[in-house]
Design a binder for this molecule. Structure first.
Ligand code: ZN
Length: 346
């Protein structure tokens, strides 16, 4: 039976206070594990959403729904109102969710800053954002995080090496089909990527061919067709609020089908890390979402991917790929080479 890991991205102050909490309560009642990835620094969502409106990235319907789901206050954070510091303001909520037994990890320090800036940032900037998140997480939970899920699936070539150095055990920063060790510029990194394998609710809602009444059946069919373990990403701001009932219908359906619902820790524990395949970290596009995201690129030669691991057909919906940009360094001499395992030694 397929296993489905639930990864809950929490982007905003409001999403933490209401959406994350409502999801935690609903899942707790059902005894279902999930991983909550928090944004622990300032909420500057208003800046990002203002750009979304201006650029016209989303269709009319989706723009309306952004307004509905994020609310007027959130739209103003970082524009007319100062952005609230989520970690300082909502530490109790985050601790209570962890206290209920849910796995917690880092989504971002400043979600908007990461999402807009990381792909073109240098190593110093990237390290600073991760360290800020780590410190804030430590303030809240009195321990370091072991799981990271990049805001907006945005990455650069430095992130995998920094994750190694900063003590992360696994990460879900990418879109793809199955767990892998990321390779950047010829260097293989040891923090496994557990990519999001299924389309998200908001991606499906933007599609004309999948009416809302058919969403649960559509996702169910995707899981059954692939027959492999999945990671489903949901958003506290959507599935924890206006789409809570739809989400609960979905997971009740999954459970009735005998699918095992788990958190990323469970997903990670079920992997045989020593035999994980190596895939290039790439940028690609996903149906229903604008812009370029970090994706699971091509598999690397058999020396990196022992033949003992068999996976089913791709389900990630990645339609285009290109190589991950972001470092001109020679793989052996640059910061990536110093900190990563050289592919030849793997
Ligand atoms: Zn997010």
């Amino acid at each position: 039976m397929p296993r489905i890991a639930l990864k809950i991205d929490v982007d905003t102050d409001q999403g933490t206070a209401t959406g994350a909490l409502q999801l935690a309560r609903a899942l707790e009642r059902r005894g279902i594990p999930a991983t909550f990835l928090f944004s622990v620094g300032p909420d500057h969502t208003g800046r990002a959403l203002r750009r979304v409106f201006r650029r016209g990235f989303l269709g009319k319907v989706r723009r309306t729904s952004v307004m509905k789901h994020y609310g007027v206050r959130t739209l103003l954070y970082g524009t007319l109102l100062p952005g609230p510091h989520i970690g300082k303001r909502r530490a109790d909520v985050m601790r209570s969710i962890a206290g209920s037994g849910f796995e917690v990890g880092v989504h971002a320090y400043d979600h908007v800053k990461w999402q807009d800036g990381v792909t073109t940032a240098d190593e110093y900037w990237t390290r600073r954002q991760l360290v800020l998140a780590l410190e804030e997480f430590g303030e809240i939970f009195s321990r370091g995080p072991i799981v990271h899920g990049a805001a907006g699936w945005q990455m650069n070539a430095y992130v995998p090496g920094l994750q190694e150095q900063l003590g992360f055990h696994y990460a879900s920063d990418t879109r793809g089909t199955h767990a892998f060790l990321p390779m950047v510029n010829g260097v293989v990194y040891s923090v496994p990527q557990l990519p999001t394998t299924l389309p998200t609710l908001d991606e499906l809602l933007g599609r004309d061919d999948v009416p809302q009444s058919a969403l649960a059946a559509h996702l169910q069919a995707l899981v059954e067709k692939s027959g492999t373990d999945q990671v489903f990403t949901l958003h506290a701001e959507l599935e924890g609020c206006a789409y809570l009932d739809l989400f609960l219908e979905l997971i009740d359906r999954w459970r009735a089908s005998g699918f095992l619902l788990e958190d990323l820790a469970g997903h990670h524990a079920a992997l045989r890390e020593s035999t994980l395949p190596v895939h290039e970290l790439a940028m690609g596009q996903v149906e229903g979402r604008s812009g370029w995201l970090a994706v699971q690129g091509p598999a690397q030669p058999a020396v990196f991917a022992p033949a003992t691991l068999q996976y089913g057909p791709a389900t990630g919906g990645v339609v285009r790929e290109t190589e991950m940009a972001g470092s001109d360094d020679d793989a052996g001499a640059g910061p990536l080479g110093r900190h990563g395992k050289r592919s030849g030694q793997a």
